[in-house]
Ligand binder design. Sequence first.
Ligand code: F6P
Length: 356
Amino acid sequence: MKRRIGILTSGGDCPGLNAAIRGVARAAYELFDVEIVGIRNGYGGLIDGDYQEMAREQFSGILTLGGTILGTSRQPFRKMTEVDENGVDRVSAMKKTYSKLKLDCLVTLGGNGTHRTANLLSQEGLNVIGLPKTIDNDITGTDYTFGFHTAMDIATEVIDRIHTTANSHGRCIVVEIMGNKAGWLTMYSGIAGGADVILIPEIPYDIKKVAEAVAARERRNKFSIIAVAEGAMTVEEAEMKRKDREEQRKISPYNSISHRIAERLTEMIGVDTRNCVPGHIQRGGSPCAFDRVLATRLGVHAAELIRDEVYGVTVALSGKDIIHNRLEDIAGSPKLVSADNNIILTAKNIGISFGD
Ligand code: F6P
């Protein structure tokens, strides 16, 4: 049995993509007769027919490498069904490349947007298998995505380092963690780094409550750390339409939420504040050991599914097991921090404020 597999990485990159590509490829070479085609720059390469026939050696030496050897690009799902500026129907173009390459299967490594397009292609009759990558950890059906633990380690180290300087100067420092819709990374790194206040998109905050928590810390400990997700919002902002909220934010001279919060707190309670935005550092560099193992396990399961001709699914971690879920069941519904998640209570019970 011979299989021709196309692999692509789409959306924001993260540590562990290469480990996952290696996992799929190595297991495929072990389990069956395979030819692998690397699609460059995500769905963009599938649309444009930009690819390369891969040799087995190209999957060696990449386990620890950050980024993606295939390149990636952001291709918003809403645009997938539109004709592009050159008159190209994207879905037809992707199907054309798939058949021109005589693929038996397409393996897509990505986050929520990638999974929505994977589901669309699956419904269009292509054999697709997804792998869940993102530092946001917001893909339904998997306990963790690869990339998340590495980013959590990086963000935690940032908070640790901020701690010592905040303490020396008696300051309140606001650290802005990635995550536009989902607060997992801020929640976990905030707890791991000992933040005093954690603000996430799922729990709208009241700046007065944040100020109260910081003022109380000032009286006892002289310094405080706020971990804020880039997509966190006030109670008033949460009630607005997304478009209005974005417009309102543009009025502020600061692009970053951490800057805005720091400035507000100084105005309100006179505290000395600073802000810190680690940004894409959270997505850079080598994957941590957990992500290497997770990415490898998910990649190997994807190869097993190709061997067994099980398509239209995405692989996932469930407890101790690697499983697969139907793309149609998980695509389009991101996994957010729900109000009843025990981690919120854990954090509240050690005195962390969510500004609610
Ligand atoms: O989806 C991962 C992520 O890092 C988000 O946390 C963040 O909001 C976004 O990507 C940033 O995207 P870009 O790299 O395109 O600026």
